[in-house]
Design a protein around this ligand. Structure first.
Ligand code: SF4
Length: 149
């Protein structure tokens, strides 16, 4: 019997890794229905507040809204409030959701990836190869975050 742990991503379409590099189009920052929210963690809020030279509480009051158990950015123009002239104005401090795109649990399903993500995001298939282990680590971290009370 082989009791070694399975390789990350074993049996998935991403088991050999996925090439991805942001092309800076800002497409993932524009509203598209169910994908329109930018959810942020407390750590994200602290990082963004520090980046903008604000207190975390002021940042939260000005830029965030609570939606049941999650907090998301308030986007008065429907697109992300930090998208300026097609570019992220807080790129170095951007939320985890933005840093981990497109490796989100809901995206890493073969049909969603093929018909929605690949078709939507020009960064897919470009640049650096993200290994299956790297993708698995992102997915695990995001799933843990989702379990937080
Ligand atoms: S914070 Fe920046 S990267 Fe994230 S959705 Fe807004 S503009 Fe895009």
């Amino acid at each position: 019997m082989n009791d070694r742990a399975p390789r990350p991503g074993s049996g998935t379409f991403w088991e050999r890794g996925v090439r991805f590099e942001c092309q800076g189009t800002g497409r993932c920052c524009t509203s598209r229905g169910a994908y329109g929210y930018v959810y942020i963690t407390l750590e994200d809020r602290r990082r963004l507040a520090a980046h903008l030279g604000m207190r975390t509480s002021s940042f939260t009051r000005r830029h965030c809204k609570r939606d049941h158990e999650h907090v998301h950015l308030v986007n008065p123009k429907r697109d992300c409030c930090f998208l300026q002239d097609g570019q992220c104005s807080v790129y170095e401090a951007r939320p985890t959701q933005c840093r981990t795109w497109p490796f989100w649990p809901e995206n890493m399903k073969p049909l969603v990836w093929e018909h929605e993500i690949k078709a939507y995001c020009p960064g897919v298939g470009q640049g650096r190869l993200h290994s299956a282990a790297e993708i698995q680590a992102i997915l695990t971290a995001l799933e843990r975050e989702d379990e937080l009370p």
